[in-house]
Design a protein around this ligand. Structure first.
Ligand code: ADP
Length: 464
């Protein structure tokens, strides 16, 4: 694992940077330094860690425009969206700077008079993170901030497509006062670096955001050293619109959920499941909004849909559309592509499909692109069954003004995140994560720091 990793702008195919990849020896050295640094960082006071981490937040906000430009360059998302990601990502740092001071233990009443029982929390140890390209900043901060706040040290291997944001974030962390060995980045091939991390007995926890097959592989490889694992994996979000929904609100929120980051997020609505009585009205209003979306370079004013990250992603989207059409789906809007294999840029026009059915790949594979298949239902139970009929369980959305139906749907959806009349439920103070094959553990909120803590029980015996 030597030489350079080239980074490209997915909107133009231009090379924007070249980053040295780390060798196996360098990564092992980074792990060993992380292990050494842990001894001191874990012993700092909660208030000291909180102040340093808070400074990191301040620096991120101070540099938000510069960081957002890096995201748009290497990831392609529209600049305003990139700016939104930086603020969101920084929010995790601010939240966990505060949470550092609230890592509480407890005392337990004793069953005898000559004992005192108490429980404390301590950091799990050096943490290794592997992150994806779709949120080059936020997927790092919501892991690094709670880890560091808990007293763990942290090494991140960012996605090959988007290493530049990660490097800048780590530099700002050092400027804020986080010791260099307590917060590090390494660059290399996912599989190779992943194995170095999982094989090392010094790494006590692996935290990963990415695809389900890679997550399973990391869980399996972590078994040999019994590491803690947190996995934020794939999704296949259903979005149910019941017949008594506020249609205008449902369309607005469905647009936000479906087309964020050109549909390339694990919580993007993947299957629009609409009551048959309002299906036509919904499809018409939704399609009108989709037609207004402007596809282009994220730096151009008014762009709402940027490029697809790479050819692999593009090919999957195109094949899902083709497969659906071959099996009888109708394209209501979009369906066009704009790409150049020589220059390596790929765009997909936002697309709405109707007449979809469960035989089509798009109805059971994760869709990572701006394609919205709409299907119908007659009864709520049918909608819920359709929604749950997937190995995934990350995010689900539904729209109804009827509170009884709303409670019924929310209680019966097997998903970790539910948006009721809300297409964007994610918030730094709330737990984010999936059920079933969408993952293990939660990020954000008070739940998000727990995976970086060990529980220690102390029983003290006194004289008889
Ligand atoms: P995507 O298909 O969206 O790129 P991946 O799960 O392949 O999702 O990638 C997410 C992250 O996982 C990236 O940082 C990538 O380098 C890393 N990765 C890919 N394959 C492996 C692997 N076998 N082991 C560990 N990490 C991997």
């Amino acid at each position: 694992m030597t030489n350079e990793l080239k980074v490209y702008n997915p909107a133009t195919g231009e090379e924007i940077a070249s980053v040295a990849q780390h060798t196996k020896e360098q990564i092992e050295d980074a792990i060993s330094r992380s292990h050494q640094a842990f001894k001191a960082w874990a012993k700092t006071s909660a208030h000291e860690r909180a102040n340093i981490i808070r400074k990191w937040f301040d620096l991120m906000i101070e540099h938000k425009e510069r960081l957002a430009k890096i995201i748009t360059k290497e990831n392609g998302k529209p600049y305003q969206e990139a700016l939104g990601e930086i603020v969101y990502a920084a929010g995790y740092i601010e939240w966990y700077a505060e949470e550092a001071k609230r890592i509480y233990g407890r005392t337990i009443p004793s069953h005898t008079t000559n004992k005192r029982l108490f429980v404390t929390k301590q950091p799990v140890g050096p943490v290794a993170a592997i992150t994806p390209w779709n949120f080059p900043a936020a997927m790092i901060t919501r892991k690094a901030a709670p880890a560091l706040a808990a007293g763990c040290t942290f090494i991140v291997k960012p996605a090959e497509d988007t290493p530049l944001t990660a490097i800048e974030l780590v530099k700002l962390g050092h400027e804020a006062g986080i010791p260099e060995d307590a917060l590090q980045w390494v660059i290399g091939d996912g599989k190779e670096v992943g194995e170095i991390f999982t094989d090392s007995p010094l790494i006590r926890k692996i935290t990963f955001t990415g695809s389900t097959p890679v997550g399973k592989h990391l869980i399996k490889n972590s078994a040999s050293t019994v590491k803690h694992v947190s996995m934020e994996l794939g999704g296949h979000a259903p979005l149910i619109v019941d017949k008594d929904a506020n249609l205008e609100l449902a369309v607005k929120q469905a647009m936000a959920s479906k087309f964020r980051n050109a549909g390339q997020t694990c919580v993007c609505a993947n299957r629009l499941i609409v009551h048959e009585d309002i299906h036509e009205a919904f499809a018409q209003v939704f399609s009108k909004e989709v037609e207004k979306l402007k596809v282009g370079n994220g730096f151009e004013e008014g762009t709402s849909i940027g490029p697809i990250i790479n050819k692999r992603g593009f090919d999957k989207i195109v094949s899902q559309i083709q497969d659906a059409v071959d099996k009888g789906a109708k394209i209501l809007v979009g369906g066009d592509t704009h790409f150049d294999d020589d220059k390596s840029y790929y765009f997909v026009q936002p697309t709405v499909l109707t007449h979809v059915d469960p035989s089509m790949n798009i109805m059971h594979e994760e869709t990572f692109g701006p394609v919205a298949p709409i299907t119908t239902f007659k009864t709520l139970d049918e909608a819920i069954e359709l929604a749950n009929d997937t190995p995934f369980g990350l995010a689900a959305y539904f729209f109804t003004e009827n509170y009884r139906n709303g409670l019924y749907i929310s209680e019966n959806l097997d998903y970790g995140i539910i948006g009721w009349n809300d297409g964007g439920p994610s918030a730094v103070q709330a737990p984010f994560g999936g059920m079933k094959e969408s993952g293990i553990g939660r990020e954000g909120g008070i739940e998000g720091i727990e995976p970086y803590l060990e529980t220690k029980y102390v029983s003290i015996g006194l004289d008889e």
